[in-house]
Unconditional design. Structure first.
Length: 238
């Protein structure tokens, strides 16, 4: 009989733990006009579990009272929500404010620099290396003067083409810097200082990926990379 209270206590503890573990927060994400927002990345900062809002803005995520949920989406300010109860949550996200500033020649923006470079090196950017058949297609004795000129200019043309490739590579690097900036990564990961720099160096995406990726793809890439990065830091600290 003395074991009965102990057994009842264990059963109650297990039941409470099961109910507690299965707690979920459901809700909807909207903008200020009450329009639903889909593809919002939602993460429980306590459990590190995450989910994505559906096409109607609805979501469901494992959480308990006291947990903090982080809502992130391209074009909107990050939003934190502390779970006060397990009732349906209505999350309102504010759009990111974009301010158009006057273009200054001394500025260092990616767009301005790109336009100026293309104006300054316009001929180089549009230059194409002539096909080799056009360069060596000289049939004696009737030597074609135009082809002869192309042969003499081939080395100069090759240098122009090499310069164009280098300029395009520089353009692509600046494009990656602009779309994978320190401010954007810091806002979405919370990393600062050396940790932020290490993350950017280690997980810097390619130009082609950024060209092809939708906003959700980039957001998901940052989320997955952040998890891998934190795991690697934990392994090093052990």
């Amino acid at each position: 009989m003395r074991l009965l209270p102990v057994i009842l206590l264990l059963l109650c503890s297990c039941l409470y733990a099961e109910i507690h573990a299965q707690s979920q927060v459901q809700g909807v994400v909207m903008d200020k006009t009450s329009a639903p927002i889909d593809a919002v990345s939602i993460q429980n900062l306590h459990s590190k579990k995450g989910t994505i809002s559906g096409v109607t803005g609805t979501f469901s995520i494992d959480a308990k009272v006291g947990d903090t949920l982080l809502f992130i989406r391209m074009g909107f300010e990050p939003k934190q929500h502390i779970v006060r109860n397990l009732q349906a949550a209505m999350i309102i996200m504010a759009e990111t404010a974009f301010t158009l500033r006057p273009v200054q020649i001394t500025g260092k923006s990616y767009e301005t620099d790109s336009i100026l470079r293309r104006k300054e090196y316009g001929n180089m950017m549009t230059y194409k290396l002539p096909h080799w058949t056009r360069v060596v297609n000289i049939i004696p004795p009737a030597v074609n003067i135009n082809n002869l000129y192309r042969v003499l200019q081939f080395q100069t043309n090759k240098k122009k083409f090499t310069f164009k490739k280098r300029l395009l590579t520089y353009e692509q690097e600046k494009y990656v810097d602009h779309n994978f900036s320190e401010d954007m990564i810091a806002a979405r990961t919370g990393f600062r200082g050396d940790t932020l720099q290490q993350f950017i160096r280690q997980y810097r995406p390619s130009f082609q990926f950024l060209q092809d990726a939708a906003p959700y793809d980039l957001l998901n890439y940052i989320k997955v990379s952040q998890t891998k990065f934190l795991d690697s830091l934990q392994q090093v600290s052990k």
